[in-house]
Design a protein around this ligand. Structure first.
Ligand SMILES: NC(=O)c1ccc[n+]([C@@H]2O[C@H](COP(=O)([O-])OP(=O)(O)OC[C@H]3O[C@@H](n4cnc5c(N)ncnc54)[C@H](OP(=O)(O)O)[C@@H]3O)[C@@H](O)[C@H]2O)c1
Length: 118
């Protein structure tokens, strides 16, 4: 169905926790979080899958990007303190990447503020 679409887009919903740069930057609060052996590496893997699919689908002009919604209040975060952004806030970057123009980016990792470091 994507191949039959005139403007196919793939948006992988990742997380800032998948950023190895942020996770190892001593200035980032991520470095103070306890070890996360499953979720964070799964998102790093998803980021790499995004890059490889972007290469694979480039000849067909299918744009593939990873969206970091940032922290938002959902069932997933109901036990996390201080999360004030809503699911609608988190969805904005996903919708943006799902509706990119033809010359839009592919193989990128984005949040609402722009590029996220890998
Ligand atoms: N919330 C955050 O702060 C945050 C931050 C960064 C990234 N993310 C990412 O954003 C995405 C959504 O997270 P969320 O916070 O909205 O989580 P959530 O409230 O737990 O919602 C997860 C959704 O995924 C569905 N789901 C789970 N397993 C599924 C399966 N096997 N097949 C089909 N659907 C399945 C659930 O459906 P049911 O309700 O029917 O079970 C639910 O609608 C996740 O990829 C998460 O890693 C979230």
């Amino acid at each position: 169905l994507l191949r039959r679409s005139p403007r196919a887009r793939i948006v992988n919903v990742t997380s800032g926790l998948g950023s190895m740069t942020r996770m190892t930057d001593p200035r980032d609060y991520f470095t103070e979080l306890p070890a996360n052996l499953g979720y964070a590496p799964s998102k790093s893997a998803l980021n790499h899958i995004t890059v490889q699919y972007a290469k694979h689908l480039a000849p067909e002009a299918i744009l593939v990007n990873a969206a970091d919604p940032g922290p938002c209040a959902t069932d997933f975060t109901k036990d996390f303190p201080g999360v004030t952004r809503t699911a609608a806030d988190g969805a904005r970057i996903v919708v943006h990447l799902a509706t990119l123009e033809e010359n839009g980016p592919t193989g990128g990792y984005f949040n609402e503020a722009g590029l996220v470091p890998w």
